[in-house]
Design a protein around this ligand. Structure first.
Ligand SMILES: *Cc1c(COP(=O)(O)O)cnc(C)c1O
Length: 398
């Protein structure tokens, strides 16, 4: 069915119905173990850590959507990423984006070093920085694009080329884009990783991770690690992710259109100091992003004056939930300085542009005009607050 467009393949793929019953929803196979008719002829499944039909349906689906050969489903995005790092051995080295997801930063920085796996954090948008950081023992270059929360763009094809020339593998965290908008294996990457908790499942009701590859050796070794380490996704959660995938194209298309509208509104507002969105032609990575992805996505960040402005704004704004996470049907507003990046030392955080005035917005499926109206009232209050303070200060001076 691969001649169909991506949008159609989300629905009409090898798992459009259950071959045994015709059920138009993949059955949740809850069994932990499978009866073997004859020990000389083991069945397709023996134990659910090693293989489960519901999980297999999801794994084959993500492999197909990423144009890979093999897929894997894990208990979380971090379980997928951490298991992928177990492809490395003592003495190996990783080159990784300095603005990588916080959990990945922690895994590299606080866990892998204990196993003798070293790293260098680089500015992935600077190919010279990447090239000079590759050492003789570098085995993996790890990319996240667009990055979180400042939406920096890495040239996937250029970095994978550089990695290959130095005998390194390239891993790409594709959570922000999903295979609807970006397919890193087509650009030369060896392994794609996802927090399926976000856009892929999309409903703020499951924590899940996925991996896909087209590299036969990685496929075999990652399957072995998935079974050895055992951080697999349970059958019911696999079913929730499969259900979420069916609407992925439609969700991400609408949310991206709304994000562009909202980003433009924010950029024109006098109280907003900066807006970060790869859909703007003024974004420094916009041409690279346009070349490698089919759309700007549904996540943007914007900067208010300071913590007090953020406090006022978040108190007044009504529609988005105020929470960590992203990629859901409801818009999610988050405050990196106090949420995702709270554990980072303040100076390091500010050096990375994550100041006390920065907010991240993941745009959901609400009517964008309602969101704009809501932001407008919240921002105008903030302005009035400032005028009011000025007024009071003036009257105090008098
Ligand atoms: C959330 C997230 C992760 C971690 O995924 P979990 O499902 O929370 O374990 C990894 N990478 C990115 C870019 C994320 O947003």
């Amino acid at each position: 069915m691969s001649h169909h467009s991506f949008q159609t393949r989300l629905l009409h793929n090898d798992h459009k119905f259950d071959p045994d019953t015709g059920a138009v929803s993949i059955p949740v196979q809850q069994a932990s173990t499978f009866h073997q008719q004859d020990f000389d002829h083991p069945g397709a499944y023996d134990y659910s850590r090693s293989g489960n039909p519901t999980r297999e349906a999801l794994e084959q689906t993500i492999a197909e959507l990423e144009n890979g050969t093999d897929g894997y489903a894990f208990a979380s995005g971090m379980a997928a990423i951490s298991t992928a790092f177990m492809l490395l051995s003592q003495g190996d080295h990783v080159v990784i984006s300095k603005d990588v997801y916080g959990g990945t930063f922690r895994m590299i920085h606080d866990v892998l070093v204990r196993f003798g796996i070293d790293h260098t954090f680089v500015d992935m948008t600077d190919l010279h920085d990447v090239a000079t950081s590759i050492q003789p023992n570098t085995k993996v270059v790890y990319i996240e694009t667009p990055s979180n929360p400042l939406l920096n763009i890495t040239d996937i094809r250029a970095v994978t080329k550089l990695a290959k020339a130095n005998g390194c593998l390239t891993f790409v965290d594709n959570t922000f884009m999903t295979p609807v908008l970006q397919r890193p294996l087509d650009l030369g990457a060896d392994l794609v990783l996802h927090s399926a908790t976000k856009f892929i499942a999309g409903h703020s009701d499951v924590v899940a991770g996925l991996a896909a590859t087209n590299h036969p050796e990685i496929a075999e070794r990652l399957g072995f690690l998935q079974n050895s380490f055992g951080s697999i996704l349970g059958p019911h959660d696999c079913w929730l992710v499969l259900r979420g995938l069916k609407t992925l194209h439609c969700r991400i298309t609408q949310s991206s259109q709304s994000a562009l509208k909202i980003a433009s509104f924010l950029q024109s507002h006098p109280v907003v100091e900066d807006v970060y969105y790869p859909g703007f032609s003024s974004h420094p990575g916009s041409s690279t992003h346009k070349y490698q992805a089919d759309g700007p996505g549904a996540v943007l960040s914007f900067r208010l004056k300071d913590e007090e402005a953020v406090r006022q704004f978040t108190k007044q704004v009504e529609i988005p939930v105020f929470a960590v996470s992203l990629g859901a049907v409801e818009s999610i507003l988050s405050y990196p300085a106090r949420m995702s990046h709270a554990s980072m030392p303040k100076q390091e955080r500010i050096d990375r542009g994550i100041t006390d005035g920065l907010l991240r917005l993941s745009v959901g499926l609400e009517n964008p005009d309602d969101l704009i109206k809501d932001f407008k009232q919240a921002l105008s209050h903030l302005k009035q607050q400032r005028l009011f303070l000025n007024g009071r200060m003036r009257s105090e001076v008098k």
